[in-house]
Ligand binder design. Structure first.
Ligand code: MEV
Length: 427
């Protein structure tokens, strides 16, 4: 199936649902869930978290045009911010002209850390723990025979001695292939299980036993060529290279630049029930590993003057377990995506992130970011100003004609439209 659905954004919501259903082979039940905006029930939510009193809903859309490694994807994105989904779709349309995105992701190797304090000779202790590495891996793997059966499990035990403000510490690291899960529970359980043995061997005091969100063994990469003409011509291409240089040179800009990248990651993560905080923490720490913030993406030109973008990000994502399995909308999003593994999901996510960064830089260099936001911004202001559904389109139409839109404008126009409707109603 082709993810280029012509005029998708102009279709009614019902027509969009039908198009997605056809693309992804959705069942009547899936379609009904989308139509009704249902999914997670308060009863199910009550089992997922604590002190639950209700649900927090977000818009769920799909980005069109994505071609990743030759396969078409409609990419589900859950996000409250206007323009993000349109921007991703637009960038993916331009990337397609040169073959779309190429992407790959590492095995899902996650690190669990065990902190040992008060060790008299931490280097010797590390050696002792290492000598028992095989036994410790077996103890870790005994906690999860299913993972072992599907080809995953604890792979390696290593460690480091670090200097901290509270003295030297021994950090034992357990590397676990968590396969298609995000893996936090698996790794934390293993770390807790082997910790007493590590404590005995090391002779110190074990404190923390927890995974690291700096998932550098779980990197996803994507790259794409963006035709120079379709991007807006050589001057826009130069502007994007300047924007990239700006981000790499200035932390204030870098934070915003990488925030735009993460718009792509987080929207897909929410839609698929993945842990957005883990992804954010991993990506921003990775971006700052050299001691200062660097762009998560890289931009350059090829011999023809086309723009070539690439991205490399830690991507600890799963397609099974946790909310990916228990949240009905996450399950549906994964079905729409049609990904067969965590690696495939990470590859699509990295492509969406690269698309997002391309679209943001292009808009910033061209017309600025506000223009794209205007229509939905006008709509939000109109609703805030009290526009009822009967007058909403008229109010938005009039607001959109203004050069700059404020809440006061919205209130004034709502009053004017209401007054004019009253007059004509009375006439
Ligand atoms: C807004 O959500 C994201 C941008 O600020 C990213 C950027 O400035 O590159 C537009």
């Amino acid at each position: 199936m082709d993810s280029r659905i012509s005029g998708f954004h102009r279709l009614s919501r019902e027509e969009r649902i039908r198009a997605v259903a056809e693309f992804a082979g959705l069942t009547p039940g899936d379609v009904e869930m989308l139509r009704a905006g249902s999914g997670l029930t308060p009863e199910a939510a009550d089992l997922m978290s604590e002190n639950v009193i209700g649900l927090m809903q977000l818009p769920l859309g799909v980005a069109t045009n994505f071609l990743v490694n030759g396969k078409d994807y409609l990419v589900p994105m859950a996000i409250e911010e206007p323009s993000v989904i349109a921007a991703a779709s637009n960038a993916a349309r331009i990337a397609r002209l040169r073959g779309g995105f190429r992407a790959s992701a590492d095995r899902s190797v996650t690190v669990g850390q065990i902190q040992v304090t008060g060790v008299s000779d931490p280097f010797a202790a590390l050696q002792r723990v290492r000598e028992h590495g095989e036994d410790l891996l077996k103890i870790a793997n005994d906690t999860n025979p299913t993972l072992l059966k599907v080809g995953g499990g604890a792979l390696e035990l290593t460690g480091r001695v670090i200097d901290t403000e509270r003295g030297r510490m021994l950090i034992i690291e357990l590397l676990v292939d968590v396969k298609d899960a995000m893996g936090a529970n698996t790794v934390n359980t293993m770390a807790e299980e082997i910790a007493p043995y590590v404590e005995d061997l090391a002779g110190g005091r074990v404190r923390l036993r927890i995974l690291s969100n700096l998932a550098t063994h779980r990197m996803a990469r994507a790259w794409a060529t963006f035709d120079a003409e379709a991007t807006g011509g050589p001057d826009i291409v130069e502007g994007i290279l300047d924007a990239y240089a700006f981000a790499n040179a200035d932390p204030y800009r870098c934070a915003t630049h990488n925030k735009g990248v993460m718009n792509g990651v987080v929207a897909v993560a929410i839609a698929t029930g993945n842990d957005t905080r883990a992804l954010e923490a991993g990506a921003h720490t990775y971006a700052s590993l050299g001691g200062r913030c660097r762009s998560l993406t890289r931009w350059e030109t090829n011999k023809s003057g086309d723009l070539v973008g690439s991205i490399e990000i830690p991507a600890a994502v799963g397609t099974i377990g946790g909310a990916t399995s228990s949240h009905p909308i996450a399950r549906l999003s994964l079905k729409i995506l049609g990904v067969g593994s965590a690696q495939e999901l990470a590859s699509v996510m990295a492509s969406a992130a690269l698309a997002q960064n391309f679209a943001a830089l292009r808009a910033l260099v061209r017309e600025g970011i506000q223009k794209g936001h205007m229509k939905l911004h006008a709509r939000n202001l109109a609703v805030m100003a009290g526009a009822t559904p009967e007058i909403l389109d008229e109010v938005v139409g009039r607001l959109y004609k203004l050069k700059r839109i404020t809440y006061d404008d919205a209130v004034r126009i709502v009053d004017e439209v209401n007054a004019s409707r009253r007059r004509s109603g009375g006439a």
